[in-house]
Structure formats: structure tokens, C-alpha cells
Write a protein of this length. Sequence first.
Lengths: 428, 132
Amino acid sequence: MTDTRTGLAGAAESSSAAPVAAFDPAVIRADFPLISTPREKRLIYLDSAATSQKPLAVLDAMDRYYRNYNANIHRGVYRIAEEATAAYEDARRRFAKFVNAASPREVIFTRNSTEAINLVAYAWGRWQLKAGDAIVLTPMEHHSNLVPWHILAAERGIELRFIPLTGDGQLDVTALPGLMADGKVKLVSFVHVSNVLGTVNPAAEITRVAKEHGATVLVDASQSAAHMKLDVRAIGADFVACTAHKMLGPTGIGMLWGRRELLEAMPPFLGGGEMIREVHLTSSKWNELPWKFEAGTMAIAEAVGLGAAIAYLEKLGMDAVFAHDRDLSAYALERMTEIPGLRVLGPAADKRGGVVAFTLENVHPHDVATVLDSDGICVRAGHHCAMPLHDQLGIPASARASFHCYSLREEVDALVESLHRARKIFAR
Amino acid sequence: MDELYREHILDHYQHPRCKGTITDPDLSFEDANPLCGDRIRMDFRLDGDTLAEVRFSGHGCSISQAAASMLCEFVEGRKLEDIKKLGREDMLEMLGIELGPVRLKCALLALKTLKAGIYGVNQWPGEDEDEA
Ligand SMILES: Cc1ncc(COP(=O)(O)O)c(C=O)c1O
């Protein structure tokens, strides 16, 4: 398992390398072929909250896997199968360390964070929740942390409660004890960083209050894991869901971190190969952690890519990544106030990550995105899988710019310029 | 691209024709594009085999709203059997612009609402053609 022969260099590269002295996005960009390769028409990618771009190290690691040691894991006794298994498990170890998990056994690979949340809803929720119980969520959840609970609530007769929002798009955590006072709340599930408002929620504080009231806690860290130092033990939650494709890694792989005792006690999620220890004609015994929750052939190349992505992020330093995102958000907020009729959703820059959603008076977000696209700028327009949040804000949709380590101030300038143009087109 | 926002599209978007509702309509239908939240409702008043009056309401991007305005203006006062013959190409001709697959749905929402409202044909116009 500790084997690091040729072919694994990308995934097994040392992660203890000191962070680069100066964080320079202009230099970092060179590692990202999609944005650094010259093209006929400029491309300004401001949609990293939807999915990040991938550095060459990730593409190369996946390519090396397929070219040099593609084999199924945990099965073959031959050399390349062992190499593949080592690389897959190395990615798990890297991720465990990256989020300060107590053990790699607490890390379960899924397809994405949506599946990680569904795993909790199906395996833990159907095991623990019954009619009359309640779940606390928030109005700023992504649909992936709403719909699994809608399904469970309808199936079991469970009540859903919501931590209210403040006027500037933060959670009013002072309301939480009241929501939990009757002792019915068995689960509190909330997003760490909102993919629309950018709000960084006080995850440790919410978790502490939830735990004081005896609830289990799930944190949707889809946005945070990609942009800031995430410490699952410092937060103190029971489950944390992440998704690799927002973390400079490939699509198709997500991570559920769970507290070991809970994962041990839980029934499995999907049944099939690899998640079992013994199978008889009419019954079977589950494998140990984490494989109990990994049925069927997993996304091996993607795990290898994730390992390389984490190594890359560690080299940048997550504190530096977060400082850069926040700096760009602050700059964007400042520049965007120049634009008449533009309303930014969410809190002040010092309360948010690298996400700026907005509306522009008299220009529908779709039209905003179309004008920006004609200037080579990629932003998202719509409800960003957060329809209830948009309902609460009283708008059908918004446009959103979001950043990562490779985003530049000049790109924010281009965004602002193009927004002025959009306004002019519609201000006839 | 500024082609996308040609004069006549912006004109219909900012000064929509047939915008509003009908009290006691003979028929009425509402539809939405779940992808972007564009929403259009149409009220119809019939006079024998003629669409005597049509009004639309709702919200959405310039393409979806301009398309609704153009379409309603075009069909008001026409015979139902002629309206039935309207297809995706007619709508795109009225708009007079090239559209990618996402904005195409915006452009066709009004026609979909019209057809569903009058005939109960509830599918994206041209969906069969897509499959062919
Ligand atoms: C806050 C949040 N939660 C969950 C998700 C779902 O991620 P995935 O589609 O990778 O499962 C996203 C991504 O869109 C997100 O931003």
C-alpha cells in the first residue's frame, strides 16, 4: 500500500512541500491548459463554483494511470493491480489528511457530494429517523441538500425546519436553539459556504449548538473544501460531504467523511461487489470500513486525479487560496458598485468566499450571461440549484461570477466592463 | 452577438404587445422552463374557430418575452386551424436570430404554451424533428 513506483509520481508527490512564497495567479494559470492555451477568442472563466478548471498535474496523473497501470483495484494480485490499488488508497489517505480526518477509514468515495448526502439520507436517515422527528436545514441549501430530505420526509412523516436568513444573507444562528427546543430534531444539515451568496457559515458554532441538543450533524462542504482549509474534527460534525470537481479534480468522484463509530454502526447504502465480506445465496456480511460503502467498481482514475489535485492544492496552501478568493470578491464587490442598477446578493466581502451573485436592473440574468459570453466571459445564470433561496430573495434568477486560484483582477475588470455594456444594450 | 439583441427583439421585450390577462378566458395555460425559470401564461378568448384575443403574462429573459409578444401579436385574430400549423421554424423566423440549444428553449416557450393551451399538445415544438 505504501508502494510509490513509477507511474504514481503525480499522485504520490510529496505533500509536505512548503507553500510557494508568493501566491501569484498569473503564474498558477500556466498550470491550467484550458485557460492558459491561447485561443482565437479570449476566454475568461468565472464559473469555478460550478466546476473548477483542472491543472496539468491532474490530467497527467489520470493519463498515467490509464496508460501505465490501469487495472481493477482490491482484486488482482499482479503488479499493476497492486499499483492501482495503492494509488486509489493513497488518494483516500491524502484526502483524509487534507481535511484532518482521524483515519482514512472515515473517508468514503462516492460519485459527488450529492451522492454523499444521499448516502447519509438512505443509510443513516432510514436507519435512525421515524415519524414525528424533525430535520433542520437552511434556506440557502443547494438542491442536493434539500431533495434527499424531501424524499425522506415524505416517506417517513418527518418535519423540515429552517434556520432563518438575516437581511444580508447570513444564517441567524441565534434562532437554532428555539428550533430545537422540543427535542424532535434528530439531524441538522447545512451548507458550509453558500454557492449563491458566498456566505461562509459558522460551521463549528452551528454544530456545537446542534450537538448540545442531541442532533447528528451533516455539513455540505462542496464549496468550502475547494477554497479553504477544512478541518472536519475542528468543526465537530458527524458527516461532511465534498465533491472533487470543484477542487481542481475530475468529475465523477466525491467524498463523504463520517465519524467512525457512526459509519461502523450504519447499515450499507448500495449493495454489490467489494462492499461485502461474505456472500451466501440468501444473505451476506458487510465488508469493513470504508469499503462497506463502496459497492461496485469505483472511479479509480478519478481517485488518482483527486490525489493529484489535493497535492496541488496543498502546494498552493489553502489559506493562500482562500485569501486570494476573498481578495477577488472584495475587489469585485467594490468595482460592481460602480454599475447603476446592480445588486449584489449576500453579505460583505469579509463574510464570503469567492462567489459573487448579482442582478442587474432591467436585464434578465440570462441576457446578462449572453452579453458576457459574447465578450468571452463565462458566468452562470439561473437559480444555481437554489430555487428556495431565490424565492426568499424575491427574484426568479441571478447571474453569478465565481473564482479560484487562477482567477485574475483583470478578469474582474473585464467582467465589470462587459456588465456596463449589457446595461447599455438594454437601456435604450 | 449584438444581433441577438436586434432592435425588434429589444422593442418587443421592452414594449410587449398583448401583455396582460383576460378575465374569464375561454382557455388559459401556464408553462415554465425549469432550466432558467422563464414563465409564461396565456389567456385565450375564442370566437367560433377564431382566436379572438390572446394575452400573455409572466417573466423571463428578453428572448422568451419578446417571442411571446411577437407570437401573440401574430396569432390574434387568426383561425385556429392556421395557428395549429405554426411550428418551430415560424417562431425562429419571427425572431430572426440564430440561437444555441439553451436559448432555443427560451425562444420556444411561448409557442409551447400556445399549443398546449389551445390543443393540449404538451411538448417542445420540434421535439420530433430533434429525434429524427
Ligand atoms: C453547495 C453545494 N452543494 C452541493 C453541490 C452538488 O455538487 P455535485 O453536483 O458535485 O454533487 C454543489 C455544486 O453544485 C454546491 O455548490
